[in-house]
Design a protein around this ligand. Structure first.
Ligand code: LLP
Length: 397
């Protein structure tokens, strides 16, 4: 089955499930704009929450921290995965309680840990001996009961871009099992520290879901061993990372990928006595957003025909950082075939500001509008003011 998120209704590009023409949302274009559909996120939350064994879905808010999205996440009884003081306080400002928050991150500061301990957040995922030492030191004064998790590195190749693989041997993330065990013994000795969870996160934009199976298989025996040392252990935090096919925005295929992963989780964890947590970002929000941009200049170099947009890597850095592909679709179909070859670039003063190389498209003119697809995750949240360009407005339809 197939349920496309982008298609043409006559000449007009449609985004979402209700035949909504993007052009109807853009009254008077003056600069790039992010367009979002909350319904896409809502649907995906339901897919995941319908897994009967799930304890709680936490949203990795680094993917997109727009308040409208956080509100929707909150309305669906999800928790938050945060990685900084800024994210934690923003989550609280958007209606979450500290008990909804997991704090991840490889180098948490004293301020971040103090806030987390003082506010008694749900779980702090520890990744190094120094971090545990800092927590113990801070708690000398605060004397709180602290819910901890140890993030282990299962050393599984997530088969993704090296820039977003987090569980290769010698990764900066997590602890190997030997190092993790030393910290668990330390936690067992301190009555204020409670080892509530074991967590792992092997990487992002993972398309081969079988790699999750490998990770679970290595972590399960370690969890059992940890439980003999800390009987209060009750949660397994499975991280996030499930990817989408950026070349095929098809909701049914996304659902099929989730179902394949759910089957793996169910098979591996059916008789596993633990409260199961997911920390998902991209899969929930990537498909919910597009970046609308205008063709500013068309320019012929000797061998290359440049389509230069008014949006570039300062707004969407993923192509420049990870060679990521995002479809670029004209909002108006001209009737001509896709026979003109363009290299689609942004306006930023960097040669890596490239969205697509030698892409066959319909013939376009300066002033035409295009949609850069699947930009809801790690789009606006990673954008910058580089070249002192203005941030793009974010609109929900
Ligand atoms: N949990 C932890 C500890 C993480 O570090 C991350 C993402 C997630 C959960 C959520 O992963 P997701 O479900 O979104 O794959 N900027 C990159 C992605 C970086 C992901 C960082 N960590 C990109 O644009 O592809």
């Amino acid at each position: 089955m197939s349920r496309k998120l982008f298609y043409y209704n006559g000449a007009d590009l449609v985004f979402g499930y209700h035949n909504q023409r993007i052009l109807d949302q853009i009254k008077q274009y003056s600069k790039p704009v992010w367009l979002y559909q909350k319904e896409v996120i809502q649907e995906r939350i339901q897919w995941i929450q319908s897994w009967p064994q799930l304890g709680r879905l936490h949203y990795a808010m680094k993917a997109n921290f727009h308040p409208e999205i956080l509100k929707l996440i909150k309305e669906n009884q999800c928790g938050i995965d945060a990685v900084s003081l800024g994210e934690m306080t923003h989550a609280v400002a958007c209606g979450f309680t500290p008990q909804d928050i997991i704090l991840s991150g490889v180098a948490k500061t004293r301020d971040e840990l103090t806030w987390a301990i003082q506010n008694e957040i749900y779980q702090i995922n520890i990744e190094s001996p120094s971090e545990l030492a800092k927590i113990i030191e801070i708690n000398k004064l605060l004397q709180k009961k602290i819910s901890l998790s140890i993030r282990v590195n299962p050393e599984v190749d997530a088969e993704t871009h090296p820039g977003i693989a987090t569980a290769l041997k010698d990764s900066k993330f997590g602890l190997d099992f030997k190092g993790a065990e030393i910290l668990i013994r330390r936690i067992a000795d301190d009555s204020n520290l409670q080892l509530k969870a074991i967590s792992f996160h092997i990487g992002s934009q993972i398309l081969n879901v079988n790699v999750f199976e490998k990770a679970i298989q290595v972590v399960k025996p370690f969890y059992q061993k940890a439980k003999t040392l800390c009987p209060e252990l009750e949660r397994l935090d499975l991280g996030g990372g499930v990817g989408i096919d950026y070349m095929d925005a098809d909701s049914d295929k996304d659902l099929a990928r989730w179902k394949a992963l759910e089957e793996i989780y169910t098979k591996e964890l059916r008789d596993f006595d633990a409260f199961l947590i997911l920390e998902i970002g991209r899969f929930l929000v990537a498909r919910s957003g597009v970046l609308i941009s205008r063709v500013e200049i068309i320019k012929q170099a000797d061998q290359v025909n440049y389509l230069i947009l008014d949006a570039g890597m300062s707004l969407l850095i993923r192509p420049a950082l990870y060679d990521a592909c995002h479809e670029v679709l004209p909002l108006k179909k001209s009737g001509t075939d896709d026979t003109t070859v363009y290299t689609v670039v942004g306006p930023i003063c960097e040669s890596s500001d490239v969205f697509a190389t030698n892409k066959k498209m319909q013939t376009l003119s300066e002033g035409d509008l295009v949609a850069i697809c699947d930009a809801g995750a790690y789009g606006s949240s990673m954008s910058s003011r580089y070249n002192l360009r203005e941030p793009a407005e974010e609109i929900f339809i």
